[in-house]
Design a protein around this ligand. Structure first.
Ligand SMILES: Nc1nc2c(c(=O)[nH]1)N[C@H]1C(S)=C(S)[C@@H](COP(=O)(O)O)O[C@H]1N2
Ligand SMILES: [Mo]
Length: 489
């Protein structure tokens, strides 16, 4: 049993280091949950209620302890018999880990290393016990056995503690994220007609979504521990937990996020279907003072953003988002709750791992990036990008030129392309479900031999062209035309 305990402790540390939820017990338990017949699940819930998962963990530990005890008794005379039980047990855990979708490539490692550890410790025990079989009263052997037992017990407890420190509660958060049941959008499929051939996917997959933050170690928050306080210049302070949030009316909305650090033609931009609660409703419930003009939102790790109050109270449906493309927010994208404000760069709005909203005034505070050389206000600038052709040679003749253009919460009305500084040619726009997303475009170029320069520019909903003069991202967003050089031949 101590060998098994040591194995589980090692499994916990390895899972913590790898940041996977797949400790041996979690692997077995999750695979079990997916396979358990409905009547047994119902029975478990009626017996244990919301403690059903705890009950399952304890149940698994009891079974492991019993099997380990049997293995231990056998191993005294025949090490291989005990070893076989250990291998079978850890084999089940490894196999279970392999069936888990959230296991990645390393999810089996905690179980595998747990098994190897248990085997080695069992071997040590069987060595110490061998002489006692024939000489049960030998004091030296007894003491050796007891010392080994105490050492393994203490070591396991220390390791288990270490596992918690190394992994933080990463495994617990990953596990909680996986178990979370959220209101689902009717579909996560992009609306019809939005995709231009040759442009990046209109809907950015979570795994491909750009990530920008100051978090060296990503904050780990279990939804059950999440709390949000909306306070400051309000009539009534509002305190919400995760369940309170889910009880409210939920919306699902495509919004294109953009980072102010995005260079012209850069890829710090992504479009996702966000699910959450409209922030306006919560703010109005708190009752912002007439004198307030901003919110200061704060993340678990102390990042802050200052967002103009009007952008949260108008019709753009700025939201507290808890899901991205139909899945709980990935931990690195702000799990369990972040802000999404259409039309504003992330640094002044999109606080991830949100824990606090203070209604206040811009003359009372500065957001994280403001004293670091970035503007207090950060509306997204009208911009456009060529996705294809890029960095490759094309054959002469018709060539598809395609890309994206964006002016969130204003809208894109026209995109033009030019070759070698010649006349601007109008591109065909793809459909546009709302002004809060990017808009794709394509144009067919009759390419001739040689090296050519392609440029793109977009016009906003009012017909204003994007700024053509080049400016760097700081202090409030890059401007200029995306220019690509293409070899034809
Ligand atoms: N807690 C926290 N939230 C944050 C940031 C941060 O550093 N910490 N960066 C912001 C910036 S600059 C951007 S562009 C967006 C990026 O969101 P994403 O990583 O989900 O794409 O998050 C915003 N929210
Ligand atoms: Mo950003």
């Amino acid at each position: 049993m101590l060998a098994a305990l040591a194995g589980l402790a090692v499994g916990g540390v390895v899972a913590g280091v790898l940041g996977t939820p797949q400790t041996p017990v979690v692997a077995i338990g999750s695979a079990f949950i997916d396979r358990v017949p409905p009547w047994l699940k119902d029975l478990a819930i009626s017996w244990f209620g919301t403690h059903d998962k705890t009950a399952l963990r304890i149940g698994i530990l009891i079974v492991v302890a019993l099997l380990a005890a049997v293995g231990g008794v056998l191993a005294v005379r025949r090490y291989w018999a005990g070893a076989l039980i250990t291998i079978a047990l850890s084999g089940v855990a490894v196999a279970a880990a392999f069936t888990r979708a959230d296991s990645g490539q390393t999810g089996f490692l905690p179980s595998a290393l747990a098994g190897i550890t248990a085997l080695l410790i069992l071997r040590l025990f069987s060595r110490r016990l061998e002489p006692l079989v024939d000489f049960p009263d030998d004091a030296v052997s007894r003491r050796g056995f007891l010392q080994l037992s105490a050492g393994v017990a203490l070591g396991s407890v220390a390791l288990a503690g270490l596992g918690k420190v190394v992994g933080g509660n990463r495994a617990a958060v990953a596990d909680a994220r996986k178990q979370l049941q959220l209101p689902k959008p009717p579909t996560v499929a992009p609306p019809p007609g939005v995709q231009a051939q040759g442009a990046v996917p209109w809907a950015t997959a979570n795994a491909d979504f750009y990530r920008i933050d100051t978090a060296l170690s990503v904050p780990q928050i279990v939804p059950a521990d999440w709390k949000l306080r909306i306070h400051g210049m309000v009539a009534q302070e509002l305190n919400l937990n995760f369940d309170d949030l889910l009880k409210r009316q939920v919306i699902h909305k495509w919004v294109t996020l953009t980072c102010v650090s995005n260079e012209v033609g850069g890829d710090l931009i992504g479009n996702a279907l966000w699910s959450g609660v409209v922030l306006k409703d919560l703010l109005q419930e708190a009752g912002p003072s007439k004198d307030a003009d901003a919110i200061k939102s704060t993340s678990k790790d102390g990042f802050t953003a200052g967002t103009p109050l009007p952008t949260l109270l108008d019709d753009r449906q700025a939201m507290l988002a808890f899901a991205m493309n139909g899945e709980p927010l990935p931990v690195e994208h702000g799990f369990p709750v972040r802000i999404v404000v259409p039309g504003l760069y992330g640094y002044v709005s999109a606080t991830k791992w949100l824990v606090d909203i203070e209604v206040t005034r811009f003359d009372q505070f500065e957001g994280y990036w403001t004293p670091r050389g970035w503007s207090a206000l950060g509306p997204i600038k009208l911009s456009s990008r060529i996705d294809t052709p890029q960095n490759k040679k094309v054959a002469p003749g018709p060539v598809t030129v395609a890309g994206v253009a964006w002016d969130q919460h204003v809208g894109v009305s026209k995109v033009e392309v030019r070759v070698d500084g010649g006349p601007w040619q109008q591109a065909t726009l793809a459909a546009d479900p709302s002004v809060d997303t990017w808009r794709q475009w394509h144009w067919t170029w009759n390419a001739s031999h040689g090296t050519h320069m392609l440029q793109v520019r977009a016009f906003d909903a009012q017909g204003n062209p994007q700024v053509e003069s080049s400016a760097p991202p700081a202090p409030n967003g890059a401007t200029g035309l995306h220019t690509v050089s293409v070899k034809v031949g």
